[in-house]
Design a protein around this ligand. Structure first.
Ligand code: ATP
Length: 331
Protein backbone atom coordinates (compact mmCIF):
# COMPACT_ATOMS: atom_id res chain seq x y z
CA UNK A 1 0.00 0.00 0.00
CA UNK A 2 2.85 2.36 0.85
CA UNK A 3 4.22 2.10 -2.70
CA UNK A 4 0.91 3.12 -4.19
CA UNK A 5 0.53 6.28 -6.15
CA UNK A 6 -0.03 9.16 -3.77
CA UNK A 7 -0.71 11.79 -6.38
CA UNK A 8 -4.15 10.52 -7.39
CA UNK A 9 -6.87 12.21 -5.43
CA UNK A 10 -9.76 12.48 -7.86
CA UNK A 11 -10.80 9.84 -10.31
CA UNK A 12 -13.20 10.12 -13.26
CA UNK A 13 -15.28 7.28 -14.68
CA UNK A 14 -17.37 7.11 -17.82
CA UNK A 15 -19.04 4.75 -20.29
CA UNK A 16 -18.44 5.14 -24.01
CA UNK A 17 -19.41 3.67 -27.39
CA UNK A 18 -22.20 1.09 -27.50
CA UNK A 19 -23.98 0.43 -24.22
CA UNK A 20 -23.77 -3.01 -22.67
CA UNK A 21 -25.52 -4.64 -19.71
CA UNK A 22 -23.19 -4.62 -16.73
CA UNK A 23 -21.78 -1.14 -17.37
CA UNK A 24 -23.66 0.14 -14.31
CA UNK A 25 -22.15 -2.62 -12.20
CA UNK A 26 -18.70 -1.55 -13.43
CA UNK A 27 -19.32 2.13 -12.59
CA UNK A 28 -20.54 1.06 -9.14
CA UNK A 29 -17.42 -1.04 -8.55
CA UNK A 30 -15.07 1.75 -9.70
CA UNK A 31 -16.89 4.27 -7.51
CA UNK A 32 -16.92 2.12 -4.40
CA UNK A 33 -13.30 0.95 -4.84
CA UNK A 34 -12.15 4.54 -5.31
CA UNK A 35 -14.10 5.74 -2.28
CA UNK A 36 -12.65 2.86 -0.26
CA UNK A 37 -9.21 4.24 -1.17
CA UNK A 38 -10.25 7.74 -0.05
CA UNK A 39 -10.43 9.16 -3.56
CA UNK A 40 -13.07 11.57 -4.81
CA UNK A 41 -15.08 10.15 -7.70
CA UNK A 42 -16.57 11.96 -10.67
CA UNK A 43 -18.97 10.48 -13.23
CA UNK A 44 -18.52 11.88 -16.72
CA UNK A 45 -21.84 11.71 -18.55
CA UNK A 46 -22.35 10.81 -22.24
CA UNK A 47 -18.84 9.50 -22.87
CA UNK A 48 -16.23 11.70 -24.48
CA UNK A 49 -18.91 14.20 -25.46
CA UNK A 50 -19.70 14.85 -21.79
CA UNK A 51 -15.98 15.27 -21.12
CA UNK A 52 -15.81 17.90 -23.87
CA UNK A 53 -18.87 19.70 -22.49
CA UNK A 54 -17.93 19.40 -18.82
CA UNK A 55 -21.00 17.28 -18.07
CA UNK A 56 -19.44 15.87 -14.93
CA UNK A 57 -21.04 14.96 -11.60
CA UNK A 58 -19.61 14.03 -8.21
CA UNK A 59 -20.44 10.45 -7.26
CA UNK A 60 -20.99 9.29 -3.71
CA UNK A 61 -21.59 5.75 -2.53
CA UNK A 62 -25.38 6.16 -2.48
CA UNK A 63 -25.38 7.38 -6.10
CA UNK A 64 -24.44 3.91 -7.23
CA UNK A 65 -26.87 2.03 -4.98
CA UNK A 66 -29.49 -0.08 -6.77
CA UNK A 67 -27.95 0.32 -10.22
CA UNK A 68 -26.20 -3.05 -10.48
CA UNK A 69 -29.41 -4.74 -11.65
CA UNK A 70 -30.18 -2.15 -14.32
CA UNK A 71 -29.35 -2.52 -18.00
CA UNK A 72 -27.94 0.36 -20.03
CA UNK A 73 -25.73 2.92 -18.35
CA UNK A 74 -27.00 5.54 -15.92
CA UNK A 75 -24.10 7.81 -16.93
CA UNK A 76 -25.33 7.43 -20.50
CA UNK A 77 -23.03 6.98 -23.45
CA UNK A 78 -22.34 8.66 -26.79
CA UNK A 79 -20.24 8.56 -29.90
CA UNK A 80 -18.33 11.82 -30.14
CA UNK A 81 -16.80 12.88 -33.44
CA UNK A 82 -15.44 16.02 -31.75
CA UNK A 83 -13.18 13.93 -29.51
CA UNK A 84 -11.44 12.66 -32.64
CA UNK A 85 -10.08 16.20 -33.13
CA UNK A 86 -7.24 17.88 -31.23
CA UNK A 87 -9.53 20.79 -30.38
CA UNK A 88 -12.12 18.45 -28.91
CA UNK A 89 -9.53 16.67 -26.77
CA UNK A 90 -8.15 20.03 -25.60
CA UNK A 91 -11.63 21.00 -24.36
CA UNK A 92 -11.95 17.65 -22.62
CA UNK A 93 -8.59 18.19 -20.89
CA UNK A 94 -9.64 21.64 -19.70
CA UNK A 95 -12.73 20.18 -18.05
CA UNK A 96 -10.81 17.35 -16.39
CA UNK A 97 -8.37 19.94 -15.01
CA UNK A 98 -11.25 22.18 -13.86
CA UNK A 99 -12.64 19.32 -11.77
CA UNK A 100 -9.15 18.32 -10.62
CA UNK A 101 -9.55 14.83 -12.08
CA UNK A 102 -6.13 13.22 -12.25
CA UNK A 103 -6.93 9.65 -13.40
CA UNK A 104 -9.74 8.16 -15.49
CA UNK A 105 -11.45 4.80 -15.97
CA UNK A 106 -13.05 4.35 -19.39
CA UNK A 107 -15.61 1.57 -19.88
CA UNK A 108 -16.20 0.77 -23.55
CA UNK A 109 -14.95 -0.90 -26.69
CA UNK A 110 -11.81 -0.56 -28.79
CA UNK A 111 -12.91 2.78 -30.26
CA UNK A 112 -13.13 4.20 -26.76
CA UNK A 113 -9.65 2.87 -26.03
CA UNK A 114 -8.30 4.47 -29.22
CA UNK A 115 -9.67 7.76 -27.93
CA UNK A 116 -7.97 7.17 -24.58
CA UNK A 117 -4.65 6.48 -26.32
CA UNK A 118 -4.87 9.64 -28.41
CA UNK A 119 -5.66 11.66 -25.31
CA UNK A 120 -2.91 10.21 -23.12
CA UNK A 121 -0.32 10.80 -25.84
CA UNK A 122 -1.18 14.50 -25.63
CA UNK A 123 -1.95 14.97 -21.93
CA UNK A 124 -0.53 13.55 -18.72
CA UNK A 125 -3.69 12.06 -17.24
CA UNK A 126 -3.59 8.25 -16.93
CA UNK A 127 -6.47 6.23 -18.37
CA UNK A 128 -7.29 2.59 -17.60
CA UNK A 129 -9.87 0.71 -19.68
CA UNK A 130 -12.56 -1.82 -18.81
CA UNK A 131 -13.90 -3.80 -21.81
CA UNK A 132 -17.63 -3.21 -22.08
CA UNK A 133 -19.30 -4.49 -25.23
CA UNK A 134 -21.75 -7.26 -26.04
CA UNK A 135 -19.52 -8.26 -28.98
CA UNK A 136 -16.78 -9.97 -26.88
CA UNK A 137 -14.40 -9.05 -29.67
CA UNK A 138 -11.49 -7.57 -27.77
CA UNK A 139 -7.95 -8.83 -27.81
CA UNK A 140 -6.38 -9.74 -24.46
CA UNK A 141 -9.48 -10.72 -22.51
CA UNK A 142 -11.61 -13.86 -22.56
CA UNK A 143 -14.54 -11.76 -21.65
CA UNK A 144 -16.14 -8.35 -22.16
CA UNK A 145 -18.91 -6.98 -19.94
CA UNK A 146 -22.34 -7.43 -21.50
CA UNK A 147 -21.58 -10.49 -23.59
CA UNK A 148 -23.14 -13.05 -21.28
CA UNK A 149 -26.37 -11.10 -20.87
CA UNK A 150 -26.67 -10.55 -24.63
CA UNK A 151 -25.98 -14.22 -25.26
CA UNK A 152 -28.77 -15.20 -22.89
CA UNK A 153 -31.12 -12.72 -24.54
CA UNK A 154 -30.40 -14.26 -27.94
CA UNK A 155 -30.90 -17.77 -26.58
CA UNK A 156 -34.28 -16.88 -25.10
CA UNK A 157 -35.42 -15.29 -28.35
CA UNK A 158 -34.20 -18.13 -30.55
CA UNK A 159 -35.78 -20.80 -28.32
CA UNK A 160 -39.11 -19.08 -29.02
CA UNK A 161 -38.38 -18.83 -32.73
CA UNK A 162 -37.58 -22.56 -32.76
CA UNK A 163 -41.07 -23.33 -31.43
CA UNK A 164 -42.70 -21.62 -34.36
CA UNK A 165 -40.05 -22.85 -36.85
CA UNK A 166 -40.73 -26.48 -35.98
CA UNK A 167 -44.52 -26.02 -35.87
CA UNK A 168 -44.54 -24.71 -39.43
CA UNK A 169 -41.55 -26.58 -40.81
CA UNK A 170 -39.62 -23.43 -41.67
CA UNK A 171 -35.99 -22.42 -41.85
CA UNK A 172 -35.35 -19.26 -39.85
CA UNK A 173 -32.40 -17.02 -40.55
CA UNK A 174 -31.71 -15.21 -37.29
CA UNK A 175 -29.41 -12.21 -37.45
CA UNK A 176 -27.55 -11.22 -34.29
CA UNK A 177 -25.30 -8.29 -33.43
CA UNK A 178 -21.52 -8.40 -33.14
CA UNK A 179 -20.36 -6.05 -35.89
CA UNK A 180 -17.23 -7.49 -37.51
CA UNK A 181 -16.94 -10.23 -34.87
CA UNK A 182 -18.68 -13.59 -34.82
CA UNK A 183 -18.40 -14.35 -31.09
CA UNK A 184 -22.04 -13.68 -30.27
CA UNK A 185 -23.36 -15.58 -33.31
CA UNK A 186 -21.00 -18.51 -32.78
CA UNK A 187 -21.75 -18.93 -29.08
CA UNK A 188 -25.47 -18.33 -29.52
CA UNK A 189 -25.51 -20.75 -32.44
CA UNK A 190 -23.93 -23.48 -30.35
CA UNK A 191 -26.19 -22.77 -27.37
CA UNK A 192 -29.32 -22.80 -29.54
CA UNK A 193 -28.38 -25.81 -31.66
CA UNK A 194 -28.27 -23.83 -34.90
CA UNK A 195 -27.82 -25.92 -38.01
CA UNK A 196 -25.42 -23.45 -39.64
CA UNK A 197 -23.64 -20.39 -38.26
CA UNK A 198 -22.51 -17.54 -40.52
CA UNK A 199 -19.68 -15.50 -39.00
CA UNK A 200 -17.33 -12.98 -40.62
CA UNK A 201 -14.21 -14.95 -39.68
CA UNK A 202 -15.20 -18.06 -41.71
CA UNK A 203 -16.15 -18.23 -45.36
CA UNK A 204 -17.43 -21.76 -45.97
CA UNK A 205 -20.90 -21.42 -44.50
CA UNK A 206 -22.76 -21.31 -47.80
CA UNK A 207 -21.41 -24.79 -48.55
CA UNK A 208 -22.45 -25.96 -45.06
CA UNK A 209 -25.90 -24.46 -45.55
CA UNK A 210 -26.34 -26.26 -48.85
CA UNK A 211 -25.25 -29.53 -47.21
CA UNK A 212 -27.82 -29.03 -44.46
CA UNK A 213 -30.58 -28.17 -46.88
CA UNK A 214 -30.02 -31.32 -48.93
CA UNK A 215 -28.96 -33.72 -46.16
CA UNK A 216 -31.28 -32.24 -43.55
CA UNK A 217 -34.34 -32.60 -45.65
CA UNK A 218 -33.44 -36.12 -46.66
CA UNK A 219 -33.17 -36.86 -42.91
CA UNK A 220 -36.70 -35.57 -42.46
CA UNK A 221 -35.56 -32.43 -40.75
CA UNK A 222 -38.00 -29.81 -41.95
CA UNK A 223 -37.14 -26.87 -39.78
CA UNK A 224 -33.98 -25.22 -38.64
CA UNK A 225 -32.11 -22.20 -37.36
CA UNK A 226 -29.38 -20.51 -39.34
CA UNK A 227 -27.54 -18.03 -37.12
CA UNK A 228 -26.08 -15.05 -38.97
CA UNK A 229 -23.66 -12.49 -37.53
CA UNK A 230 -24.59 -8.99 -38.71
CA UNK A 231 -21.08 -8.43 -40.06
CA UNK A 232 -20.93 -11.64 -42.06
CA UNK A 233 -19.47 -11.23 -45.51
CA UNK A 234 -22.38 -13.08 -47.18
CA UNK A 235 -24.40 -9.89 -46.75
CA UNK A 236 -26.75 -10.49 -43.83
CA UNK A 237 -29.73 -12.71 -43.07
CA UNK A 238 -32.09 -11.27 -45.70
CA UNK A 239 -29.61 -11.72 -48.52
CA UNK A 240 -28.73 -15.29 -47.56
CA UNK A 241 -32.40 -16.22 -47.11
CA UNK A 242 -33.28 -14.70 -50.48
CA UNK A 243 -30.63 -16.81 -52.22
CA UNK A 244 -31.91 -19.97 -50.55
CA UNK A 245 -35.48 -19.14 -51.51
CA UNK A 246 -34.52 -18.73 -55.17
CA UNK A 247 -32.59 -22.00 -55.21
CA UNK A 248 -35.10 -23.96 -53.11
CA UNK A 249 -38.56 -22.50 -53.71
CA UNK A 250 -40.10 -25.53 -51.95
CA UNK A 251 -38.56 -24.50 -48.60
CA UNK A 252 -40.38 -22.05 -46.35
CA UNK A 253 -37.92 -19.42 -45.26
CA UNK A 254 -38.26 -16.64 -42.66
CA UNK A 255 -35.90 -13.96 -41.38
CA UNK A 256 -35.70 -12.54 -37.88
CA UNK A 257 -33.36 -9.65 -37.06
CA UNK A 258 -33.06 -9.51 -33.28
CA UNK A 259 -31.69 -5.95 -33.22
CA UNK A 260 -31.25 -3.73 -30.22
CA UNK A 261 -33.12 -5.94 -27.75
CA UNK A 262 -29.74 -7.71 -27.51
CA UNK A 263 -28.20 -4.68 -25.85
CA UNK A 264 -30.77 -4.28 -23.08
CA UNK A 265 -31.95 -6.06 -19.98
CA UNK A 266 -30.83 -6.69 -16.46
CA UNK A 267 -27.24 -7.97 -16.48
CA UNK A 268 -26.61 -11.65 -15.77
CA UNK A 269 -24.73 -12.86 -12.70
CA UNK A 270 -21.65 -13.43 -14.87
CA UNK A 271 -21.70 -9.83 -16.11
CA UNK A 272 -22.27 -8.37 -12.66
CA UNK A 273 -19.40 -10.33 -11.15
CA UNK A 274 -16.99 -9.65 -14.02
CA UNK A 275 -17.87 -5.94 -13.91
CA UNK A 276 -17.21 -5.84 -10.18
CA UNK A 277 -13.88 -7.66 -10.52
CA UNK A 278 -12.75 -5.40 -13.35
CA UNK A 279 -13.99 -2.20 -11.70
CA UNK A 280 -12.04 -2.83 -8.53
CA UNK A 281 -8.97 -3.92 -10.53
CA UNK A 282 -9.10 -0.73 -12.63
CA UNK A 283 -8.85 1.47 -9.54
CA UNK A 284 -6.09 -0.71 -8.12
CA UNK A 285 -4.19 -0.42 -11.41
CA UNK A 286 -4.38 3.39 -11.35
CA UNK A 287 -3.23 3.44 -7.73
CA UNK A 288 -0.35 1.18 -8.74
CA UNK A 289 0.71 3.83 -11.24
CA UNK A 290 -0.40 1.92 -14.32
CA UNK A 291 -1.70 3.72 -17.37
CA UNK A 292 -2.97 2.95 -20.84
CA UNK A 293 -3.84 -0.63 -19.95
CA UNK A 294 -7.07 -2.56 -20.27
CA UNK A 295 -8.22 -4.72 -17.40
CA UNK A 296 -9.04 -8.16 -18.78
CA UNK A 297 -9.99 -11.60 -17.55
CA UNK A 298 -7.85 -14.52 -18.73
CA UNK A 299 -8.57 -17.97 -17.33
CA UNK A 300 -10.58 -16.31 -14.56
CA UNK A 301 -7.67 -14.10 -13.48
CA UNK A 302 -7.28 -10.36 -13.82
CA UNK A 303 -4.73 -9.26 -16.43
CA UNK A 304 -3.44 -5.86 -17.57
CA UNK A 305 -3.13 -5.55 -21.33
CA UNK A 306 -1.50 -2.50 -22.99
CA UNK A 307 -4.15 -0.49 -24.83
CA UNK A 308 -1.74 -0.22 -27.78
CA UNK A 309 -1.99 -3.98 -28.18
CA UNK A 310 -5.74 -4.13 -27.60
CA UNK A 311 -6.49 -1.69 -30.42
CA UNK A 312 -4.04 -3.27 -32.86
CA UNK A 313 -4.74 -6.96 -32.47
CA UNK A 314 -7.74 -9.06 -33.40
CA UNK A 315 -9.22 -11.53 -31.04
CA UNK A 316 -10.18 -14.09 -33.70
CA UNK A 317 -12.49 -17.04 -33.13
CA UNK A 318 -11.91 -20.07 -31.00
CA UNK A 319 -11.19 -23.10 -33.18
CA UNK A 320 -12.45 -25.46 -30.47
CA UNK A 321 -15.85 -23.79 -30.67
CA UNK A 322 -15.89 -24.12 -34.46
CA UNK A 323 -15.01 -27.79 -34.15
CA UNK A 324 -17.83 -28.34 -31.66
CA UNK A 325 -20.29 -27.01 -34.18
CA UNK A 326 -18.86 -29.27 -36.90
CA UNK A 327 -19.08 -32.43 -34.78
CA UNK A 328 -22.61 -31.76 -33.59
CA UNK A 329 -23.92 -31.07 -37.08
CA UNK A 330 -22.02 -33.84 -38.86
CA UNK A 331 -24.75 -36.43 -38.23
P1 ATP B 1 -18.57 -0.53 -29.31
O1 ATP B 1 -17.59 -1.67 -29.47
O2 ATP B 1 -19.69 -0.87 -28.43
O3 ATP B 1 -18.98 0.15 -30.58
P2 ATP B 1 -16.54 1.48 -29.02
O4 ATP B 1 -15.87 2.03 -27.81
O5 ATP B 1 -15.67 0.72 -29.98
O6 ATP B 1 -17.76 0.63 -28.49
P3 ATP B 1 -16.74 3.70 -30.86
O7 ATP B 1 -17.93 4.46 -31.33
O8 ATP B 1 -15.86 3.06 -31.86
O9 ATP B 1 -17.28 2.67 -29.77
O10 ATP B 1 -15.83 4.71 -29.99
C1 ATP B 1 -16.39 5.49 -28.94
C2 ATP B 1 -15.87 6.90 -29.01
O11 ATP B 1 -14.45 6.88 -28.82
C3 ATP B 1 -16.06 7.61 -30.34
O12 ATP B 1 -17.33 8.16 -30.48
C4 ATP B 1 -14.99 8.70 -30.26
O13 ATP B 1 -15.44 9.76 -29.46
C5 ATP B 1 -13.86 7.98 -29.52
N1 ATP B 1 -12.88 7.50 -30.49
C6 ATP B 1 -12.92 6.39 -31.23
N2 ATP B 1 -11.83 6.28 -32.03
C7 ATP B 1 -11.08 7.36 -31.76
C8 ATP B 1 -9.82 7.85 -32.25
N3 ATP B 1 -9.11 7.20 -33.16
N4 ATP B 1 -9.37 9.03 -31.76
C9 ATP B 1 -10.05 9.71 -30.83
N5 ATP B 1 -11.24 9.29 -30.33
C10 ATP B 1 -11.74 8.16 -30.79
Amino acid sequence: MSEKRKSIKKIGVFTSGGDAPGMNAAVRAVTRAALANKLEVYGIRRGYQGMIEGDIIRLYSHDVSHIMNLGGTFLQTARSSEFRTEEGRAKAYQHLKEFGIDAVVVIGGDGSFRGALDFTQEYDIPFVGIPGTIDNDMYGTDYTIGFDTALNTVIQAVDKIKDTASSHGRIFFVEVMGREAGQLALNAGIACGAEVIFIPEIHSEEVELEKFLSKGFKNKKYSGIVMVAEGDTAGGAFKIAEKVQIKHPEIEVRVSILGHMQRGGSPSAVDRIAATQMGVAAVEALLDDQKSVMIGLKNDSIVHVPLQKVVKMNRGVDNNMLNLQKVINSV
